[in-house]
Design a binder for this molecule. Sequence first.
Ligand code: ASP
Length: 348
Amino acid sequence: MKLTLILFSKSAFLLLALALFFFAACTQQQPKEAKKQAFGMIIHGGAGTILKENMTPELESEYTAKLDEALTAGYAILKAGGTSMDAIQAAINIMEDSPLFNAGKGAVFTNDGTHELDASIMDGATLNVGAVAGVKHTKNPINLARVVMEQSEHVMMAGDGAEAFGKLHDIEMVDQPYFYTERRSKQLERAKQRESEGASAAEIIPHEDHKFGTVGAAALDQHGNLAAGTSTGGMTNKKFGRIGDAPIIGAGTYANNNSCAISATGHGEYFIRLTVARDIASLVEYKGLPIAEAGDVVIHQKLTELGGTGGVIIIDRNGNMAMPFNTAGMYRGTVDEDGTKVVKIYKE
Ligand code: ASP
């Protein structure tokens, strides 16, 4: 009798334990699938008075195709697990090599009839930067900026010295005529004409020539790292070694993994005065603003109030993208982790 009782309570205990085990197994939360790291890239080819009525369908498709090509090149690198630094450099190289944009081939003319190029690049993971200003023979200034970042103990180099350094590191040099385009030459002629007629500084570049054309890219890679870069010929008719915002870290370019990556285009003097790129990143970092809001505050309020024109592209560490501008248009495009590309020119 005693034995049956013991056996019975033992099996009851086993049953109870089994039931508890199944209950626990069923109610236990399934472990969440690890969240995939978003990645993507955003680019610009300059902001300005870009109006559909002034554009031919051929030119429009040339711009669209070139922006698409730059996005495709950057995306291929990001998709294969490459770095955001490599992706933005590849995208910027394509735009620098195109006469459509004011960077590399197709750069604007200085008052002296020369070309002087500026560029910078920033790695959001390390806060390393490289910048070059007023270089005259560098085919792809963004490549020189990267070499300054990676191969020197400095962050910014200018003019002949920067190019002497570039030659030591096999950076491709070209003669000035390489940068020539008839369109930019005519732009300089018109600017000089207006200047001689006594036009104010603001009026010297006629309205239809207010197309800045600088190029830039910002990307987030699969490792969660942000990077940004900007390359430009500056402003038509610039004088006395004028340097714009593109090579100034915090003005035309900024990237920090703790907030976002930014590249700017527009009237550089205003972007420097407002340190536009760093201001946007600070609003994201310190105030927790979403990038779209931070960009709106700085472009549509601060920049506009000061009388500056232009725009920025922004990508954050979650892959969100924004591209505010206060001009009629901005050549721009995005590609997300699925490879979906969007290219736009005019204001929506
Ligand atoms: N931001 C450039 C500069 O002032 C011009 C541009 O965006 O095209 O040099």
